[in-house]
Design a protein around this ligand. Structure first.
Ligand SMILES: [Zn+2]
Ligand SMILES: [Zn+2]
Length: 194
């Protein structure tokens, strides 16, 4: 387990909780909080605190997700990823963009081996290694009759989107990524460790 992962808050089973995961306290009714400012226009906010309450695995905190994406912070351990290091994105095969923040290589390898969801998906999980990435905005444009959120992607800072839609997440588009399946990458890394 990478050192910075070992320092993360844990769930009741003792498992470290990745930094991008939402937490719920007992008095939180789960409602979505929308606010607005000059920088982002309409956007979703959240006041959850890692380590307080119960983590919701599979659900990202929009505030930390955006912070990690913008600042090149690791979605698992929350620490910055040096500009000379490759970032790792984990997702489906040939994903054009990623909703989960970049990861350190060690943190990605750890997550692929211990996260039940990633482990179960096996070959269907792909890693994309890249030196850099660009961002687009994932905004909520409305609600369907069935109550589903309608979403659209916009360029970062799009002046019209700021008024029409509510920013939830940034999506990362890796530059010239090298892709391979999760198991293949983990196996290759194990071999190359002297
Ligand atoms: Zn939150
Ligand atoms: Zn990390």
């Amino acid at each position: 387990m990478p050192l910075h992962v070992a320092q993360l808050p844990r769930n009741t089973a003792g498992r470290p909780v990745p930094g991008n995961i939402s937490w719920y306290e007992a008095d939180d009714d789960g409602s979505i909080l929308v606010t607005s400012n000059d920088e982002l226009g309409g956007h979703i906010t959240c006041s959850c605190t890692p380590g307080r309450g119960t983590p919701a695995f599979g659900e990202q905190c929009p505030v930390r997700q955006r912070e990690f994406m913008i600042q090149r912070l690791c979605g698992v351990c929350t620490k910055d990823i040096d500009i000379v290091e490759q970032v790792v994105f984990v997702g489906e095969t040939d994903a054009p963009y990623y909703l989960e923040p970049p990861l350190h290589r060690d943190c990605a390898a750890y997550a692929l081996q211990v996260c039940p969801r990633l482990h179960a998906a096996g070959e269907r999980i792909e890693v994309a290694l890249a030196q850099t990435y660009t961002l687009t905005e994932d905004r909520i444009t409305g609600v369907t009759a069935g109550g589903e959120l309608r979403r659209a992607r916009f360029a970062v800072g799009d002046p019209v989107a700021r008024h029409l839609a509510v920013l939830e997440f940034y999506l990362a588009v890796p530059a010239a990524p090298i892709r391979m399946t999760g198991p293949e990458w983990v196996a290759n890394r194990a071999k190359s460790v002297v």
